[in-house]
Design a protein around this ligand. Structure first.
Ligand SMILES: NC(=O)c1ccc[n+]([C@@H]2O[C@H](COP(=O)([O-])OP(=O)(O)OC[C@H]3O[C@@H](n4cnc5c(N)ncnc54)[C@H](O)[C@@H]3O)[C@@H](O)[C@H]2O)c1
Length: 265
């Protein structure tokens, strides 16, 4: 099969776990040269080794997406290693980690440090990734593709105020940036997953009970798998979506589509 990203160069952030790892493996399986970046350098390198073991091409780098210089360095490293940049997948994201016995932190109990921490990764991290990539795309003068991982929390009220508002910023950045860059042939889209049993909420999301309740919240009845999200990102990164920009694509088992009818009885 001819890969959907044959010969392309992709930088993926948050690539040491969950969606970012799944996307690194998938993009590479479709022919991309991947730079897997993560704040956890060991995890990024492990992802790169997994890609190589599967016959693909990848390098790993430690990078805090909240640090603009570190992100610019990662783009420079990708260009040095592979010659150019075609795709950035701004996927790194975090939420407020609950205290013992706490669910989603109530807004009134939220501190400035919660906002600063989450916004620094979820919003500033995406801004940094977009700006660095755009500078490289403009130097190449041949378009480019930006994919962000937002969340269903950027589309509907979900996941708490800190997280939801940070992801709302990503969905709106996606639309407005898409308008600004369309004339240059640079596309900007997001994937918007619902609940996935990853390391995002360590322990909590991986218990069988959590998986069952995650699945029950989705009309299609199962949790989102990181590969579901990676598949959507692959579509948006590839030429299959060459006439699509400014879209926030739900990968949510139908959660954001509406309200399910009550079952009889
Ligand atoms: N898991 C869910 O239920 C869920 C739902 C909706 C959206 N999302 C979004 O999906 C994306 C991927 O999350 P995941 O579920 O794979 O989580 P995950 O925790 O398994 O993976 C996230 C990765 O990002 C890395 N990371 C964290 N801070 C970073 C930083 N400052 N710089 C670089 N890397 C950093 C982590 O080390 C980790 O490897 C995130 O944007 C998240 O907000 C997750």
């Amino acid at each position: 099969m001819h890969g959907l990203l044959e010969g392309k160069v992709a930088v993926i952030t948050g690539a040491g776990s969950g969606v970012g790892r799944a996307a690194s493996l998938l993009f590479a399986a479709h022919g991309a040269n991947v730079l897997a970046a993560d704040i956890n350098a060991d995890a990024a390198n492990e992802t790169a080794e997994m890609v190589q073991a599967a016959g693909g091409t990848a390098i790993g780098r430690g990078c805090d997406v909240g640090n603009a210089d570190a992100v610019a360095q990662v783009i420079a490293d990708a260009v040095a290693a592979f010659g150019r940049l075609d795709v950035i997948y701004n996927n790194a994201g975090i939420t407020v980690q609950p205290r013992p016995g706490e669910g989603i932190r109530r807004f009134v109990d939220t501190g400035q440090e919660d906002f600063d921490k989450v916004y620094n990764v979820n919003v500033t991290g995406v801004v940094n990734g977009c700006q660095s990539a755009i500078r490289q795309f403009e130097a190449q003068k041949s378009g480019g593709v930006i994919v962000n991982t937002a969340s269903v929390a950027g589309l509907i009220g979900y996941g708490g105020v800190v997280y939801g508002s940070s992801k709302g910023a990503v969905t709106q950045l996606t639309r407005t940036l898409a308008m600004e860059l369309a004339a240059q042939g640079i596309r900007v889209n997001s994937v918007c997953p619902a609940g996935m049993p990853t390391n995002f909420l360590p322990g909590l999301a991986q218990s069988d009970a959590a998986k069952a309740s995650m699945g029950a919240a989705h009309p299609l009845g199962r949790p989102i798998d990181p590969i579901d999200c990676a598949n959507a990102a692959l579509f948006l990164a590839s030429d299959l979506s060459s006439n699509i920009t400014g879209v926030n694509l739900p990968v949510d088992g139908g959660l954001s589509a509406g309200v399910m009818p009550r079952r009889p009885g």
